[in-house]
Ligand binder design. Sequence first.
Ligand SMILES: [Zn+2]
Length: 348
Amino acid sequence: MIKKTILILLFLAFWVSTLSAQKDNYLKSTNLKGNTLTLTFKYKVDNVKFFTFKHKGIIKYVYDIKNAVLPHTLSIKDYKYAGVSAFKMGQFSKNYLRVVIESKYSNYNTYAIHGKNLLFKLPKVKKAKSIIPKGKGKKIDKNSPRIVIDAGHGGYDIGASHGKIREKDITLPLALKLEKELRYRGYKTYMTRKTDKHLYLYERTDYANKKKGNIFISLHMNASPKRKHRNYLYKGIEIFYLRGKSKRKRYADRRIYTGDWKKKKSYLLAKKIKKSMLLSVRKKHIVLDKGVKQNNFWVLRGTKMPSILIENGYISDKYEGRRLKTNAYQNLLIKGIANGIDRYFNKK
Ligand SMILES: [Zn+2]
């Protein structure tokens, strides 16, 4: 804290004095492209003093540029770069313009002077790998397992909501990612919806039956109810499969399928997928296992094939809600689901 205060004071104290600097090499522009930050000056860059120091686990790369002057209009503080936590620039003294780049990475190339340009090479950070590999993937033929993917809700049916987060806005991208991943792994995929449109529940199961799916996966997000139960944790992953042989039907003109074979297979599918999902998300996050449960949801009963409904997490939970919206977390979820499907079909 003291260090910081001194630094700020120094910046302020010397700012005014710079106005009288002689042969001022004004900074004319800044640019961040790829992993290179470029400062362009009026004249050739004279000399740079470079040093680093570590503060609270962050390495500060400090560059003092001789005879350089910073106009009030230029700043680098708004630049964003993965691996750099802050870009700072200020008139350190009459003769020196100071640039500070803060990063937790210690492996980088520092700087290079090219005439009027001063280039800073930023640490190359491995981007969060997309789990969808490039290329065509495995061949899909008539023997490939047929997976029906059901993005929960859609259209005017927004599903659960919490603040600005709506269930239907997460189920769709999640379903589209899962479709891509499963195709790559050699499955035939069928989507009950690919756009933000409304579907009745019977339309989802009719479609799955018409497409003769081998399994049916319905994707949903949870949210805590208004009246919360004490001692109940509203977070984590849970998977449902059909319950019992209840004759109660939601749609009188449609059959329900609650045979033992389907029930057993659905349970097996739920178990494998839940295990794989937790393995995947827990690589990076703490996620609660809410188990495999039974329910009489229509989509689990109206399908002829083994069917499960995945509650991928609670949008109402502060942390879970935030990460459920991210590509990185969605990728972890679908990788887990796809691994579980592989295991179900005995590929692994
Ligand atoms: Zn839902």
